[in-house]
Design a protein around this ligand. Sequence first.
Ligand SMILES: *Cc1c(COP(=O)(O)O)cnc(C)c1O
Length: 355
Amino acid sequence: MGFEIEKLLRPHLVNLQPYSSARDEYSGTEGIFLDANENAFGSPTMEKYNRYPDPYQWELKANIASEKNLKKEQIFLGNGSDEAIDLLIRAFCEPGKDAILICPPTYGMYEVSAHINDVEVVKVPLTAEFHLNELAIESAMSEKTKLLFICNPNNPSGNSFSDKRIKHLIEKFPGIVVVDEAYIDFSENKSYLEFLGAYPNLVVLQTFSKAWGFAALRCGLAFASDAIISVLNKIKPPYNVNLLTQRIVNEAILEPEKKKRMVRAILEEREILKKALQDLEIVEKVYPSDANFLLVKVKEARQAYEFLVSKNVIVRDRSKVMLCEGCLRITVGTGSENKILINKLKEFARSLEIA
Ligand SMILES: *Cc1c(COP(=O)(O)O)cnc(C)c1O
């Protein structure tokens, strides 16, 4: 298809000279470091944090690379995958001129990031059954739609899209297709990482915020060709992933068993929660989920949401979102949390009958 990254990149970035940090110019570990204006005496805490961290997180990337069977140069780490979303838009979309293409209902940050950057958002809604509207997407593609975001499994609908449609879109799209796999660990489907070699215009996003249980650490990943990753590296803030995050994530990926056990437990609870919800009279539909949440259509959704909040049970109100009318998005909690949720929903149902 003749993919040329220079043609997609915003013109002023082609020859951009990136910030060269002190740690870029000399990266040895031994020596007397008087080059970065750090505090040579240490930190006021027991642990020392006085030295800037590795700007490219090479040790962590080496471990991720061997686990995923990729090269270190195909990995970008960000302050959450939200940072990767923002950097992709800033790299490829000229403000006031270019656009991104999204398929609502989907993750809100694509649109917010685009708007912050004064980049237009072309929306092609999913079908009523939450499938990609392939033909409509194809007719909405143009020279100015530089990025197509496909959230797979999708947030908030919870389903995965057809492989055939996604691949067809990657082949047809004139720009870069971003497949956001924030929830891939909860799905039986395979990651798109294996297609990076086949598709030079593919970016895969993953995150440590969901299955790995590290939302507070802020660490997300983008995987792509060396060429796309080097663009992100060029425009990122130099020390975007802090030392503690690099260290803790690194420890965790060397011991993946704990995470696998948590994912299995979440999947078991998801099925238990789904059945319990389906037994409630106020629940009209529980949508199929490949993620760690359920989209649930309930009677009087907004009132149910407010009732739950008043009982200190917080779910996500999606009842006014296109194609999710009347729905709540409920994250799978622990067994006891889910039981409390079910009991509070029963209480809400009784309060409706009395009223
Ligand atoms: C939660 C989520 C993310 C994760 O963002 P982080 O910044 O890595 O915490 C990304 N994409 C989708 C679709 C999500 O739901």
